[in-house]
Design a protein around this ligand. Structure first.
Ligand code: C2E
Ligand code: MG
Ligand code: MG
Length: 260
């Protein structure tokens, strides 16, 4: 495991800036019509010898050794470039969502990064959403940065909400626009009555605070039905579509545009 770790770390530094690293896009759709209105940009790494390496493996390593700063800058720039190619589809509530991790927020000027990418591609700020996990967003240093992003017009999504130390009370203080309910809540919701009530209740509270709710990791019709019942704004998961290359995402957008 230690040898693999070392290898992956070294290879990652080398891969940044090459075609081995690219973004894939996962649709986020209306739970009733199933028509996508957004895509989340997710980093994919295909190593020529080691094959595909999961972000769950390389993102934490990149966080530790600092290469997340380059990787993160790459993700924002690439997502903006892609959003510009898709500019006819983006807008009117349609957007691309980009993940930003703790170290990025602490060690680089994330608002400036978004501002530069938007300017470079001449995009409206609403074209991109910045996804942060709750622990990152709740850090006291994050507050001013989140306010800066929002003042620019970039909306903020709280990722993986509902695991760890998430508190609904926190949502009153944080400048957040969207809340993404973690996959584990969605799984529990379709298991039994209390799981279902928990998701319905949380979505209800979040919605009542004026925030949009997106259910993550929706894999079954039963889970989709609960997300719809909970009036979630969006659902994301394999049932709607797995993360896909840009060309396939473009095909899905064309389909969505035809359906209205
Ligand atoms: P995340 O932001 O919560 O992204 C959702 C993850 O859930 C993705 O994993 C996605 O492929 C997976 N997923 C989507 N639908 C389903 C489903 O129906 N069932 C199941 N079991 N899984 C589903 P992925 O792509 O492996 O990414 C893992 C994490 O790595 C992401 O979690 C995100 O935190 C991080 N990450 C990915 N790309 C980037 C990036 O460009 N920058 C940063 N900072 N982090 C990234
Ligand atoms: Mg995310
Ligand atoms: Mg998530």
């Amino acid at each position: 495991a230690a040898a693999r770790r070392l290898r992956v770390e070294q290879e990652l530094r080398r891969a940044i800036g090459t075609a081995d690293l690219c973004l894939h896009y996962q649709p986020i759709a209306d739970p009733r019509s199933r028509i996508p209105f957004a895509f989340e940009a997710l980093m994919r790494w295909h190593h020529p010898e080691l094959g595909p390496i999961s972000p769950a493996e390389f993102i934490p390593l990149a966080e530790e050794n600092g290469s997340i700063l380059d990787l993160g800058a790459l993700a924002v720039a690439e997502a903006a470039r892609q959003a510009a190619i898709w500019r006819d589809w983006i807008g009117d509530g349609r957007y691309l969502s980009v993940n930003v991790s703790a170290r990025q927020l602490a060690d680089m000027d994330v608002p400036a990064l978004f501002a530069a990418a938007l300017k470079q591609e001449r995009l409206p700020p609403s074209a991109l959403v910045c996804e942060l996990t709750e622990t990152v967003a709740a850090d006291s240093h994050a507050g001013p940065l989140l306010h800066d992003l929002r003042a620019m017009g970039v909306r903020i999504a709280l990722d993986d909400f509902g695991v760890g130390y998430s508190s609904l009370g926190m949502l009153r203080q944080l400048p957040v626009d969207l809340v993404k309910l973690d996959r584990s809540l969605v799984v529990e919701a379709a298991k039994d009555a209390s799981g279902r009530q928990l998701l319905l209740g949380m979505a209800g509270v979040i919605g009542a605070l004026g925030l949009k709710v997106i259910a993550e990791g929706v894999e079954s019709e039963a889970q989709l039905a609960i997300a719809a019942e909970a009036s979630c704004t969006g659902v994301q998961g394999y049932l709607i579509g797995a993360p896909m290359a840009a060309a396939a995402a473009a095909g899905m957008m064309a389909g969505a545009a035809r359906q209205g």
